[in-house]
Write a protein that binds this ligand. Structure first.
Ligand SMILES: Nc1ncnc2c1ncn2[C@@H]1O[C@H](COP(=O)(O)OP(=O)(O)OP(=O)(O)O)[C@@H](O)[C@H]1O
Ligand SMILES: [Mg+2]
Length: 371
């Protein structure tokens, strides 16, 4: 899939701007605070349905003009050889998804036709950060291609926060403990599904990331991934996980009540990343951790292609400036034939691409300026 044209209206610092894009490499350049990330954010929002920078839709609308009540992001895309017009229109906080002029579409209808993978400097910290960051990574990547995942995750999180609220109540009025049963059932059902999805995904990720990491480290190091969860004993099928989770919740009830929170479940699981058999978070050097992070992140390109038969659109926000020449070179090699939008303040790296393969877009204060 590729995006041929992207329009941003009253979005962030763009009043009304349409970008023509190359099917291969698009270098979005300009000084700081001019709108490079905003442009990528617009495309990411259209494809994924949320912003990677804010949970508040209102922040995305151009500020400082009292006459505005919304914004729009539109794209002309080509998916499996077919041309589509896709749009997100936001008015008075209400979102409308439009596909080829039909305005009653759902976000996932747009997502099916337009998938983006965003790579930003914070992703380089996946390996080093705490477990929550890695769970977020897994959750985001799985929901990127599996539409059924997000509803299960939402149900799980809802049940978890209700259960935690109830645990705190029980400390004051112990008779309320009878109500735990209902939330436990919800947790167990949705939680086991999450773990099964995650395990299946990690199987794929392990294969792809291992190969990429080998290539990035010139075959000197070996990456391996595993899912760390105390819900998994010998068997890791849904029924076995459900059973174990239910037992753990029951056994840990007193501790949960004392703490006022649920101690066990997929919300505390982790993705263990090892390099040559040693846990990367604890033992790897900064450079090794970054290489592993790149392998994890760029695996998404291949996984998506294998799952759907189509290449995603890759958004690299300021990532190249964080890396040395060799890693930059490797990343650009891994991008292969995919369309990429790459932001940077210095566009010299694009010199290696022939003119017909690239487009350089310079943005200044919410406008593109001609070359
Ligand atoms: N809702 C909004 N309305 C108007 N302007 C906004 C809005 N949100 C952000 N901006 C402006 O957009 C600018 C930031 O744009 P962006 O993050 O795209 O910068 P950038 O070009 O990526 O810079 P850097 O190189 O520092 O990453 C800021 O100056 C900010 O004032
Ligand atoms: Mg930026």
């Amino acid at each position: 899939m590729i995006v041929k044209r992207l329009s941003l209206r009253h979005f962030r610092n763009y009043r009304d701007e349409t970008f023509e894009l190359s099917p291969r490499i698009n270098v979005i350049t300009g000084a700081n605070a001019q709108g490079k990330t905003n442009m990528l954010e617009g495309l990411f929002l259209l494809s994924r349905g949320y912003s990677h920078r804010t949970n508040h839709t209102a922040d995305l609308m151009m500020q400082g003009d009292a006459s505005l009540n919304g914004f729009a992001v539109e794209a002309e895309a080509e998916t499996k050889g077919i041309h589509h017009r896709l749009a997100l229109q936001v008015k008075d906080g209400h979102k409308t998804w439009v596909v080829d002029g039909h305005s009653s579409r759902r976000q996932r209808d747009v997502h099916k036709l337009l998938h983006t993978i965003l790579f930003e400097p914070d992703d380089l910290r996946i390996v080093k950060a705490g477990p929550a960051r890695r769970r977020q990574f897994i959750d985001e990547e799985i929901s990127g291609y599996l539409p059924g995942y997000l509803p299960v995750l939402k149900n799980y999180k809802k049940a978890l926060s209700q259960r935690n609220a109830l645990l705190k109540e029980i400390r004051r009025s112990p008779s309320m403990a009878v109500l735990l049963e209902g939330w436990d059932e919800q947790l167990v059902e949705n939680g086991a599904k999450l773990v099964v999805y995650r395990l299946a995904y990690l199987k794929r990720l392990n294969e792809t990331a291992k190969a990429l990491h080998a290539s990035l480290s010139d075959h000197r190091e070996q990456l391996s991934l595993s899912y760390s969860s105390n819900l998994i004993a010998e068997a890791a099928d849904q029924t076995a996980i459900q059973k174990r989770f239910a037992e753990k919740l029951k056994a840990g009830r007193d501790e949960d009540i004392a703490k006022g929170s649920t101690v066990c479940g997929p919300h505390v699981d982790d993705l263990l990343i090892a390099i040559d058999g040693m846990e990367a978070r604890k033992f790897a050097s900064q450079g090794q951790q970054r290489t592993a992070a790149i392998a994890l992140k760029l695996s998404q390109i291949d996984i998506y292609q294998k799952m759907t038969g189509d290449w995603p659109i890759v958004l690299l926000d300021d990532i190249l400036s964080e890396l040395d020449d060799r890693r930059q070179e490797k990343i650009l090699e891994i991008l292969g034939q995919t369309q990429a939008l790459i932001t940077c303040t210095d566009s010299r790296f694009a010199d290696r691409y022939p003119e017909e393969m690239k487009r350089i877009v310079t943005v200044q204060n919410g406008h593109q300026i001609s070359q």
